[in-house]
Write a new protein. Structure first.
Length: 250
């Protein structure tokens, strides 16, 4: 093993130093490739209405207006947790997510085998709130927004999403997320909703805090085989090169 990466970990995490201390031979070189913000929403000690009251009047007005407009078109938010319902909507989820990322070179997450993995996870967690697939849909056949949440302990995490650009003016993804937040508050169990790494505007419309996370690497000291140099190129550079390569092949 020449290079080991820890992605999106807290700066206070002891994993890197623990791995370094257990590394066979000479202690590896430790470095940080990237830092980013991870917004979150705390649910403790207040209600959904309390949280909504902290938002601007224009935010509350637009959420209600867009929700009414979507309802007028026959759309509603739905949470799926049973395997049969999740499996029926996963094709729409992957289609919407890939469509959003296609102009930027494709998704880094949804690759070969991911769909099968999601079905396996849905099967393992069927009937629980550990995997939630939220959709904005009409007549159970037309889905214009989809988002997967994953739960562990007292945290619920927004993992991945997508929405139909044709309905972007009504922000179905944001309306659906607010519905998911209200439901989570009403059912209890989770004390925090993590919105994922990134500084997208919609996240900070919802979040009431953010923590810094780091992409760390441990590199074996000494001679290394010739196949490793690209692993030392910063993650963001490799991501952009990968997207450019996919764009040129398309």
């Amino acid at each position: 093993l020449d290079v080991l990466r820890l992605e999106g970990v807290s700066p206070e995490s002891h994993w890197a130093s623990a791995l370094a201390s257990a590394w066979p031979g000479r202690a590896p070189w430790l470095g940080v490739d990237r830092c980013d913000a991870a917004p979150f929403l705390s649910l403790s000690g207040r209600t959904f209405d309390d949280w909504l009251a902290t938002k601007s009047g224009s935010f509350r007005k637009e959420i209600r207006r867009r929700g009414r407009r979507l309802a007028e078109h026959g759309f509603h938010s739905k949470m799926s947790v049973d395997l049969s319902e999740v499996a029926a909507r996963l094709p729409a989820f992957t289609r919407l997510h890939r469509a959003r990322w296609e102009p930027r070179g494709g998704s880094d997450v949804l690759k070969s085998g991911t769909d099968e993995m999601l079905v396996d996870v849905a099967r393992a967690f069927s009937g629980t709130s550990r995997l939630q697939l939220w959709t904005m849909e009409r007549d159970e056949t037309e889905v214009i927004s989809a988002r997967i949440f994953l739960g562990a302990g007292t945290h619920l995490t927004s993992w991945l999403a997508g929405f139909d650009d044709e309905w972007a003016v009504l922000a179905p993804g944001l309306v659906d997320m607010v519905a998911a937040i209200e439901h989570t508050w009403s059912t209890g169990g989770y004390q925090r909703i993590d919105l994922g790494v990134g500084t997208q505007h919609f996240k900070f419309q919802i979040a009431d805090g953010a923590e810094q996370v780091e992409w760390k690497r441990a590199v074996r000291k000494g001679w290394r085989p010739l196949h490793t140099p690209t692993q030392f190129v910063p993650w963001e550079v490799r991501r952009r090169v990968s997207h450019l390569e996919r764009s040129l092949r398309a």
